[in-house]
Design a protein around this ligand. Structure first.
Ligand SMILES: Cc1cc2nc3c(=O)[nH]c(=O)nc-3n(C[C@H](O)[C@H](O)[C@H](O)COP(=O)(O)OP(=O)(O)OC[C@H]3O[C@@H](n4cnc5c(N)ncnc54)[C@H](O)[C@@H]3O)c2cc1C
Length: 431
């Protein structure tokens, strides 16, 4: 039986494994295995909401093992450490607990087709002090740890007697969608916690949003979106610092290229992404950003049986550009890889599909304050939408992901449950 192994159950990986599991795995036409370092999936674009408590992981986390048993695939928890391309096997590193004691030994899993979708990590650009003194939003564990840290800092600062000490200075480096959304989320969290009795005065929360280029959202071309976002950040009191390049991070703050020192109690680094350094061990061709180089069919350059998609892949476009790292592209590429593997399995003479990036629009959600975006392909040209309509389209991306993973009936039920929970539980998760 053909063995298809998918490494990475993220935004794209979960969609391909669900589709192949239902179509091939359930019928016994192929054996489908998902490998992930974690034991549960949370849709990555929600991590900033998890970090502030706007999202309850209890309701939104999906257990891989349970999902596998219901959707025709097998799940193996582990970290991909090497690929034996001759004998077609992936090697998973031994799994250890927090103390370093081994839980599972090194394992080997055979494949006929291998699909890599392990996502990306935040790029620290090798700047001194970033890894040691900043927080990141790459993993669910980091988002959860950040939530505890934010709550403790709010508690500590609210109880300081010296007014100067009561200022809570947060720096967010990178004014892309993640940084901008996190800045708004911080204000939402502070306002909501104030309602729950935390003594956090609005004037004492200072959020600096720091960006090396000359505007917020440097990757979004629609001027109306950038203007609307800047306006809203200004209303919230977020200090936007463009043309500001960080050269070093210390425990007390950030040093800039032009000689300023920005004091900071907590720094979130969200300045772009790169591939995992561990990908260097796989024997595949990588670009300078540690992403796996692939052909437009998402096959790797040296092995047609190994595919890569999403944030970990560098996929060229006919105009010479590269596919951007986004949830929507990870999903589209992953589904295309699934179709291409099925063609190879039956020995089809048809050429494999090639990935052509279709921008379905960009949306930025400033917590409960505002949502703005543009609908490109939907309207065959482009139209900026704001407010409730924009919020509806923004949330529909996650809804579509839920339906792809659970089917329409269960997906709709989960959305209903989420809606009910929002009515009966605190707006922020407090424990
Ligand atoms: C806060 C935030 C907000 C965002 N908002 C948006 C948005 O609004 N719209 C949008 O389009 N995009 C958004 N993004 C980007 C989007 O989340 C990513 O582009 C998308 O998740 C990439 O999907 P992927 O399948 O390539 O990887 P991921 O979703 O990152 O999944 C990778 C999976 O691989 C697993 N893994 C990693 N390394 C290994 C290993 N060595 N072995 C085994 N498993 C491994 C991980 O546990 C994870 O499950 C946002 C990102 C963040 C952080």
């Amino acid at each position: 039986m053909t063995k298809i192994v998918i490494v990475g159950g993220g935004a794209g990986g979960m969609e391909i494994v669900t589709k192949l599991g239902r179509k091939l795995g359930r019928k016994g036409s192929a054996s489908i295995t998902l490998i992930d370092r974690a034991d549960h999936h949370i849709w990555k674009p929600l991590l900033h909401e998890l970090a502030t408590g706007s999202l309850d992981e209890g309701l939104n986390a999906l257990d891989y093992r349970m999902h596998a048993s219901q959707n025709g695939y097998r799940f193996e928890q582990g970290v991909l450490s090497a690929i034996d391309q001759v004998d077609r096997r992936v090697i998973l590193a031994p799994m250890r607990d927090e103390k370093g004691d081994e839980i599972l030994p090194e394992r080997q899993i055979d494949f006929d087709y291998l699909v890599i979708g392990v996502g990306a990590i935040t790029n620290d650009f090798g700047i001194d002090g970033v890894r040691q003194h900043c927080d990141f939003l790459d993993l669910t564990e980091q988002a959860m740890a950040l939530r505890v840290k934010i709550r403790r800092r709010f508690l500590k600062h609210a109880k300081e007697h010296d007014v100067e000490q009561r200022h809570f200075k947060i720096s967010i480096v990178g004014a892309g969608a993640t940084g901008v959304e996190m800045a708004a989320e911080m204000h939402h969290a502070a306002a909501t916690l104030r309602g729950y009795g935390y003594e956090i005065s609005e004037d004492l929360l200072q959020v600096n949003l720091i960006e090396a280029s000359n505007r917020v959202l440097p990757r979004i071309d629609t001027a109306r979106i950038c203007d609307a976002v800047e306006e809203e950040l200004d209303k919230l009191g977020v200090k936007v610092m463009t043309n500001t390049r960080i050269t070093e991070v210390t425990p007390k703050g950030l040093q800039t290229l032009d000689g300023q020192f920005i004091e900071s109690d907590m720094t979130l680094w969200a300045a772009g992404v790169k591939g995992h350094e561990s990908l260097r061990e796989l024997g595949l061709e990588l670009n300078q950003n540690d992403q796996i180089m692939v052909k437009p069919s998402c096959q790797t350059l040296t092995n047609d049986r190994i595919f890569a998609f999403g944030d970990c892949a560098a996929c060229p476009q006919p105009d010479g550009s590269w596919v951007p790292p986004r949830g929507q592209t990870a999903r589209q590429m992953a589904l295309m890889v699934g179709d291409n593997i099925q063609k190879l399995m039956v020995g089809s003479q048809e050429p494999l599909e090639e990935y052509l990036y279709k921008d379905l629009g960009s949306f930025v959600n400033l917590s409960k304050f505002h949502t703005v975006g543009n609908m490109l392909s939907f309207l065959g040209g482009g139209m900026t939408v704001e407010g409730k309509m924009a919020r509806l389209v923004y949330t529909s991306l996650y809804r579509r992901h839920l339906i792809a993973l659970h089917g329409i009936g269960k997906g709709l039920l989960l959305m209903l449950l989420n809606g009910i929970q929002r009515l009966v539980r605190p707006e922020l998760k407090l424990h």
